[in-house]
Design a binder for this molecule. Structure first.
Ligand SMILES: [Fe+2]
Ligand SMILES: [Fe+2]
Length: 262
């Protein structure tokens, strides 16, 4: 059984971060209030696609840890799995010791409908439908491909996945705090965002414990997983920021043309 102090483990893991994702998220959230209202539906569907892809990533991470069945220590494995599954279950409103709540996907649907006044689409549009969905799909695919760790052994894949998982959970604390601020400035509050603000610190603790229980705190593959997710987030949010600015220019031109012909 690995002996560890959760605070020390947490400190070691945070030392692997570069801070670039935090900056990219901040920049995007500061830009959110500038997004023209007409662009909300497409923007929120594209981002929602990427947000939903985390559910697939959690399933993959859990699979990759369990798939070390023949190699990892029996006890370490079930303790790690318990810590991986808690944040995953939370996505579906299943929280230990609490009544069943709404799945995060339902909260996002409600958020979308309250902000846009439109019905949430029952199926995502094709990538050719626009930049937002294309961007959401591109970054979802990239993150999932990273987690697949093509060519690695099952133990290495699990180590990398647990690092990536920690990065997802830890960085989402600041991500949702920033998103709450950005969307509030735009005039919207959503239970979707608040639900994450309420649970992400707990999730990050589970992710820290998962790495500690697996006995891989100092492993280079854990650090690589942490960094890779950080860079993936930088890419996703930087492109979203560019899209907000492009939408702003696009609608400003339309407004000018409208004024000129009226
Ligand atoms: Fe969620
Ligand atoms: Fe989480």
């Amino acid at each position: 059984m690995p002996e560890y102090n959760l605070d020390e483990v947490h400190e070691k893991l945070t030392a692997s971060l570069t801070g670039t994702a935090e900056l990219a998220i901040k920049k995007f959230c500061q830009t959110v209030p500038e997004l023209p209202k007409q662009a909300y539906p497409e923007a929120m569907v594209g981002m929602g696609y990427q947000y939903e892809s985390f559910d697939m990533m959690f399933a993959l991470i859990a699979y990759h840890v369990q798939a070390t069945h023949d190699e990892s220590d029996y006890r370490d494995r079930f303790m790690t799995m318990q810590n991986v599954l808690q944040p995953f279950c939370s996505e579906y409103g299943i929280e230990a010791g609490r009544p069943l709540a709404n799945p995060h996907r339902k909260l996002y649907l409600d958020f979308y409908e309250s902000v846009t006044g439109k019905k949430w689409p029952s199926v995502y549009p094709p990538s050719s439908a626009g930049h937002w969905i294309n961007n959401g799909r591109f970054w979802a695919d990239r993150m999932i491909n990273n987690l697949k760790c093509h060519g690695m052994t099952s133990m290495d894949r699990a180590k990398y996945n647990l690092g990536y998982h920690w990065s997802v959970e830890y960085l989402s604390i600041g991500e949702f705090e920033q998103l709450r601020e950005g969307w509030r400035k735009a005039g919207f509050d959503g239970a979707y965002i608040q639900a994450h603000c309420d649970v992400e610190p707990e999730h990050a603790n589970c992710a820290t414990a998962a790495i500690a229980e697996f006995g891989i705190v100092d492993d280079a593959l854990v650090r690589r997983g942490i960094r890779d997710h950080e860079y993936d987030l930088v890419g996703f949010y930087t492109e979203n920021t560019e899209l907000v600015l492009a939408e702003k220019r696009r609608f400003a031109v339309r407004e000018k043309v409208r004024e000129a012909v009226s």
